[in-house]
Design a protein. Structure first.
Length: 276
């Protein structure tokens, strides 16, 4: 189904992300043959006790050799789909054998970007773009690692984890949720590792406020399935896809990208996604 966005997105913007997601799915299928991660048993009590994401509890490690291959493949994909970046991609490609992937992956997972800033300067590009490249090459690994935990994380025994806006597997901040059609329960979605976990329907994911009447929702005319929940306490907002209104499930990764107009609407009205 084609959705009409009330704001004009740059040409090819959504298509680029769709192609990137397809590329990541393909990498994941290839990697699955060699990448076996051991799963931590009985993770729910450990999460409650340690209050740390599973990649830390389970000591998630990416093989630097496997990563180098995926990263090289990503550079090829990007230079085809974004020809304007070709020069920069070539500069990185020349370095590809000598980069310290062990360190770069560690820094990326710990959100430490100093090394990326230095490298970006060498390649004549921005730190953001370089981090974007390394980040998207990490995601196929993270998704393989995360998938076996999905069942436990959506069980009724794991309702309402202490940090509803943060992914219990990778620790990344989520800005998107869906409402399940059978009972309208809310599930947060991590666009990094593709895991879902439950959050309370009428409680702010940012500050925990649940005072009646202070959590409200907005939607755009003729587009009731895509909503923004706002909190009057911390002025936070959360984008949401209501599967009952939409009549079907949807690709939440793409839905998050397609609904940039909802972020703009929320921000115009003075709300924030509390991203750092
Ligand atoms: Zn995650
Ligand atoms: Zn709040």
């Amino acid at each position: 189904m084609k959705r009409n966005s009330p704001v004009e997105l740059p040409d090819g913007y959504v298509e680029f992300y769709k192609a990137l997601e397809t590329w990541q799915n393909e990498q994941q299928i290839k990697l699955q043959k060699n990448c076996a991660y051991s799963k931590v048993d009985n993770i729910l009590p450990l999460l409650s006790e340690q209050k740390r994401p599973i990649i830390i509890i389970g000591n998630f490690i990416i093989d630097p050799h496997e990563y180098k291959m995926v990263f090289g493949d990503l550079l090829t994909f990007i230079s085809k789909s974004r020809p304007e970046l070709q020069e920069m991609i070539e500069a990185i490609s020349k370095d590809i054998v000598q980069l310290d992937y062990d360190q770069l992956i560690k820094d990326l997972l710990n959100s430490k970007y100093e090394t990326f800033a230095t490298l970006a300067e060498n390649y004549g590009t921005s730190t953001e773009l370089l981090v974007f490249l390394f980040e998207h090459a990490v995601r196929p690994f993270l998704r393989i690692y995360a998938a076996p935990y999905q069942k436990e994380l959506t069980e009724d025994t794991f309702q309402h984890w202490d940090f509803p806006s943060l992914c219990p597997v990778c620790g990344s901040k989520s800005h998107f949720s869906r409402l399940r059609p059978i009972d309208s329960r809310r599930f947060m979605f991590c666009d990094r590792c593709f895991i879902e976990w439950e959050a309370k329907y009428l409680q702010c994911i940012h500050c925990g406020n649940d005072t009646p009447g202070t959590i409200k929702y907005l939607s755009i005319e003729n587009d009731d399935a895509y909503q923004i929940y706002t909190c009057e306490e911390c002025k936070g907002y959360l984008k949401t896809y209501d599967e009952k209104q939409g009549g079907r499930s949807t690709d939440l990764f793409i839905a998050n990208i397609e609904t940039i107009y909802l972020d703009m609407l929320a921000q115009e009205k003075g709300y924030t996604d509390h991203d750092i």
